[in-house]
Design a protein around this ligand. Structure first.
Ligand SMILES: [Zn+2]
Length: 81
């Protein structure tokens, strides 16, 4: 079965919104505050929670993916939230 990208009921391709966590380093300025520019020191890791959003009509869906086989880590649409 060929993979199909998750689509909204309105037919628009859905996008994934999720938190990505990484550590950053910031220099401390003379006034004691941190500089705006930070340097990322670890790779971004994906948190467990996220959702699929439709940028056209605003619908939000849960997503799922398989961990094994040919379909592994391919996003699939689940229940509407
Ligand atoms: Zn939509």
């Amino acid at each position: 079965m060929e993979y199909e990208k998750p689509k909204c009921e309105c037919g628009t391709d859905l996008v994934v919104r999720m938190d990505k966590i990484a550590e950053f380093e910031f220099a401390i300025k003379k006034d004691g505050r941190i500089s705006k520019k930070g340097k990322r020191v670890t790779a971004f890791s994906q948190s467990n929670w996220g959702s699929l959003h439709c940028n056209k009509c605003g619908n939000i869906y849960e997503f799922n993916y398989d961990l094994i086989g040919q379909e592994s880590f391919k996003f699939k649409r689940e229940e509407q939230l």
